[in-house]
Design a protein around this ligand. Structure first.
Ligand code: NAP
Length: 487
């Protein structure tokens, strides 16, 4: 059983209270029970953490010692692995996701930590001989202090995936995790504090409201990069706030990803593929396939099967392994999702769902029936905006050109998929969809070593893989005059 704890900020290798002395409670979205308390920090706390990180970056050998970075990250992976059951339980209780998904998220963290532990020993520059008397060495250097701001939907992995490339490249970090799910994030930091030999001050974590604490981090002149994952509107606010201090920005924002199904697709795979594309994490997934784009010739049959299969799924507390879908994360998120559903009821045709679940097991939680809405105008808010809940909209096409036009018909460009047995068409359509990831005959596959990120309003830069690490570096040209001296 997970114990309800009060988590402290982590600054300069110590756990400390916020200067306000106040805490915020993190609750279980399945029943609104408190799962932990975190510090309600303010601008002074984050500024203190940033100063500490800056000092540690300059005064320790972290940035020069790749073997130390590798061995400490490997230790961390082992410590997380030893506690993965408790972590998965707390993750489900803090976020609401099913226990199976929570295990997958924690296992992903362990895998990601090991990947970047290895990559920390592979930060290579290059050299150039521009003339006979000159040698240029191009060194990849850590930037300094990386500020990481993470969201609540995958609160373990999305915090860790921001931290890992920054640490592997030799930076010092300051982290501001999402408030709603800060208990699971801080549990992972408590485990990290057990790792021996990471110099004090290299890792600092402060909890508190994004609008004050996160904003102060973005505005600080001592933070060199902001690595942000979250809502598009917050990404815009961060871009504006960061402009005054000219810093690098990595923005991983929202999506409205198209899942394009052609008439020759294997429907035995495409139907479950379409269901899990939008229902994973109760639809609160940046890359969720929330627009089903189906060819007209199979439209009726596809929707009939989709409805039958969705109605077999069980919604409930994520800790009960027999449930397929958990609650949405908060009352605010529930209200937002219901507002969109109510618009959809007026503007389109509800194929299944369309209501909040009520009754003994649901009344204290934020449960929404999986909902599919069709016959909407392409300009409808439901088609254009990210809902972040278990809501799928359906769009119909006739030709391949129409499918591509519809797929690219929103401001987002995070992900997408194409289902067809025709390999030439698969490649053509995948090339034309403007998105950072396009799946063929599958959905939601992501890997630490494969870069991930958005086109258009879905973001700037890439996480995962080598690119994420390179984004946490600057490249410096050191030039040697090698003209021989003749006496
Ligand atoms: P959010 O409201 O933008 O919050 C994200 C983080 O930013 C939280 O830590 C939040 O703090 C903080 N924050 C809020 N306002 C801020 C400000 N003015 N300055 C600095 N920081 C601020 O997003 P969310 O609701 O947590 O997450 C859902 C969104 O994330 C969705 O749009 C989803 O698509 C996107 N997402 C994208 C990816 C990707 O890889 N592209 C992955 C996952 C999620 P508080 O928690 O204290 O408000």
């Amino acid at each position: 059983m997970v114990k309800v704890k009060t988590y402290l900020n982590y600054i300069n290798g110590e756990f400390v209270k916020s200067s306000s002395g106040k805490t915020i409670s993190c609750i279980n979205p399945a029943n609104q029970e408190v799962v932990g308390y975190v510090q309600q920090s303010n601008e002074n706390d984050i500024e203190n953490a940033i100063q500490v990180a800056d000092t540690a970056f300059h005064n320790t050998n972290w940035r020069y010692n790749s073997a130390l970075r590798c061995s400490t990250l490997m230790q961390y992976a082992n410590l997380v692995e030893n506690k993965k059951e408790e972590l998965a339980q707390l993750l489900t209780m803090n976020n609401g996701k099913t226990i199976g998904e929570a295990h997958a998220e924690i296992n992903g963290c362990i895998d990601g930590i090991r990947y970047y532990a290895g990559l920390s020993r592979n930060v290579f520059g290059k050299s150039v001989v521009p003339s006979e008397d000159s040698l240029g060495v191009l060194v990849r250097e850590p930037v300094g202090v990386v500020g990481i701001i993470s969201p609540w939907n995958w609160p373990a992995w999305l915090m860790i995936r921001g931290m890992l490339p920054a640490l592997a490249a030799g930076n010092a970090i300051v982290v501001k995790p999402a408030t709603l799910t800060a208990a699971i994030s801080m549990e992972l930091i408590e485990i990290l504090s057990e790792v021996k030999d990471i110099p004090k001050g290299i890792i600092n974590v402060v909890t508190g409201p994004g609008r004050s604490v996160g904003d102060a981090m973005v505005r600080s002149k001592h933070v060199d990069i902001i690595n942000f994952t979250g809502d598009e509107s917050t990404g815009v606010a961060i871009s504006e706030a960061a402009a005054k201090t000219i810093k690098k920005l990595s923005l991983e924002l929202g999506g409205k990803s198209p899942n394009v199904v052609f008439e020759d697709a294997d429907l035995s795979k495409a139907v479950p593929g379409a269901i899990w594309a939008f229902l994973f994490t109760s639809g609160q997934l940046c890359m969720a396939g929330t627009r089903l784009v189906v060819q007209d010739t199979i439209y009726d049959e596809f929707l009939r099967t989709l409805k039958e299969e969705i109605e077999k799924l069980k919604v409930g507390n994520g800790l009960d392994a027999s449930n397929h879908i958990g609650p949405v994360v908060s009352q605010t998120q529930l209200d937002t999702v219901m507002e969109y559903i109510n618009i959809g009821k007026k503007e389109g045709k509800v194929i299944t769902g369309g209501y909040r679940l009520t009754g003994k097991e649901f009344d204290n939680g934020f449960f929404v029936a999986p909902t599919v809405i069709a016959e909407l105008d392409d300009n409808s808010r439901l088609v254009q905006e990210e809902i972040f809940g278990p809501v799928l909209v359906v769009q119909k096409f006739h030709t391949e050109e129409e499918a591509i036009k519809i797929a690219n018909g929103t401001k987002f460009g995070l992900a997408g998929a194409v289902w067809t047995k025709d390999v030439n068409r698969a490649v053509r359509v995948a090339r034309e969809i403007k998105a950072g990831t396009v799946w063929v005959n599958t959905y939601n596959k992501f890997y630490t070593e494969a870069e991930f990120g958005g086109y258009k309003a879905s973001g700037i830069g890439r996480t995962h893989g080598e690119e994420a690490l390179l984004e946490c570096t600057e490249i410096k040209h050191i030039n040697f005059d090698i003209k021989p001296t003749y006496f």
